[in-house]
Design a protein around this ligand. Structure first.
Ligand code: PFF
Length: 438
């Protein structure tokens, strides 16, 4: 048996967990979903979903990882027996599934970065369509996908301390600082206020009960927090007893929401100032790869430089997420088959590359994979809340008591995990399945 690694510091764990959460999903999903009619109602629902259901489940995932000190594949079995084996499989399938198309989108990000610096960006809507066609088809997509997977693999091969912790420690503060600067710059654009009020702050109370807006809030919350997929199980299995998990979970959720908001505060002014209002609600990726590059291009050379910074940042945000996705199959193979980290990483990379080929060829296929994986995350969240809320509730209690979480916090979390999360997530799952098959 190989010896289990540990994080060098609590901060290292917190940043890695936040790094997993903050990614392309914040940059492309948050702005797009809030622009789909939801506006402020989407934001309210999103925050509610995060506070009411995601936080207790996030803590539950962390407890499952820390208390079993096992990979996402074995942790459910260790906690509750062989009957829970399918949950390990769900984690493995969902993480490989997401990484298979996430790497393709990372490739588009690299391509856009190079266009910003060396080739130029589209300056009107006709050119924008052609531009997206160019970055999302042909052989260059495979090049981008392979580079992204290889970079991810190199970090994961280096291990928890030497790779993941080292990268996220400098990347996260850098990312946050620059996004803040970009949001301040966007606020100075002429259409800034109109941008905020037409999208983020648009108020329509009927949206609070709209099934698509509700399902969007669920999808965005689970995807963005990297929840229901075993990532937090994997990362927490390298933790010692001291970390106060509820505090860590709150930190991750706050930072993640802040980055989603910042992305919106950058996107909406740019989109409004340069007359790109219609592009944003067409598709998720449209916001990031059509509207934003075109908006930036309107500012000439300076705009191209800002675009390069933005897409460079997007790639950094993405890689701290892709490494966490890869850690799920890797730690599972190491744990289950006693493979070396190296062997587990390269085998996973190859498999993920192969299943990503259809997404690299067809954006339609990519969209469908995304819809299915989003549903799997919510299903994973539901099963975790049942596992730790009902099947092995003592584990939740004991682990939190050991880490000195205060009694009121523990009671609140336990109540929510048992009585609120399962039914509410079940409703979210139902609405998401409905919106996917419609
Ligand atoms: N949370 C990351 C993002 O928002 O881009 C990506 C991600 C990682 C999604 C892990 C889902 C997941 F399970």
């Amino acid at each position: 048996m190989q010896e289990r690694e540990q994080w060098r510091s609590g901060l290292g764990f917190a940043l890695a967990a936040a790094g997993s959460a903050v990614g392309l999903g914040n940059l492309w999903g948050f702005a797009y979903r809030s622009s789909q009619g939801g506006g402020l109602a989407f934001l309210i629902l999103y925050v509610l979903v995060v506070l009411v259901v995601c936080l207790p489940v996030l803590v539950a995932e962390m407890v499952l990882g820390r208390s079993t000190a096992s990979s996402p594949f074995l942790a459910p079995i260790k906690a509750a027996g062989e009957n829970w084996k399918p949950l390990g499989w769900l984690f493995a399938i969902a993480s490989c599934g997401i990484l298979s198309y996430y790497a393709v989108i990372m490739g588009w990000t690299i391509d856009t970065f190079f266009h910003s610096l060396f080739i130029g960006l589209p300056s009107d809507m006709t050119e924008a369509g052609e531009f997206f066609g160019k970055i999302s088809s042909g052989n260059s997509v495979f090049v981008g996908q392979i580079i992204s997977l290889l970079l991810t693999a190199f970090v994961v091969v280096a291990g928890v301390r030497g790779g993941i912790e080292k990268l996220t420690k400098w990347a996260m503060p850098f990312l946050f600082g620059l996004l803040l600067l970009l949001a301040i710059w966007a606020a100075t654009l002429s259409g800034a206020w109109e941008g905020y009020t037409s999208f983020l702050l648009k108020w329509d109370s009927s949206q609070l009960f709209d099934k698509n807006t509700i399902s969007n809030a669920f999808k965005q919350a689970f995807f963005s927090l990297s929840l229901g997929i075993g990532i937090m199980v994997a990362y927490s299995s390298y933790l010692n007893r001291k970390n106060h998990l509820p505090k860590e979970a709150l930190r991750v959720a706050t930072l993640d929401t802040a980055v989603g908001l910042l992305a919106g505060l950058i996107t909406f002014p740019v989109v409004m100032s340069f007359g790109l209002k219609d592009v944003i609600s067409e598709s998720t990726v449209g916001t990031l790869f059509i509207a934003l590059p075109t908006g930036f291009a309107n500012l000439g050379l300076l705009g191209r430089l800002i675009a390069a910074v933005f897409f460079g940042l997007a790639f950094i945000a993405a890689i701290t997420s892709s490494i966490s996705l890869m850690e799920v199959p890797v730690s599972s193979l190491m744990d289950r088959l006693n493979w070396s980290r190296k062997k587990a990483v390269w085998t996973s990379t190859l498999v993920i590359f192969l299943i990503g080929i259809p997404s690299a060829i067809s954006t339609d296929f990519l969209g469908k994979s995304d819809a299915i994986c989003n549903t799997l995350l919510i299903l994973g969240g539901l099963l975790i809340s049942i596992l730790l809320g009902w099947i092995v509730p003592n584990r939740y209690d004991e682990d939190l008591a050991n880490s000195n979480a205060n009694l009121r916090v523990r009671r609140y979390l336990k109540f929510m995990l048992r009585w609120v999360s399962p039914p509410v997530i079940a409703i979210g799952l139902y609405l998401t399945v409905l919106s996917t098959i419609e």
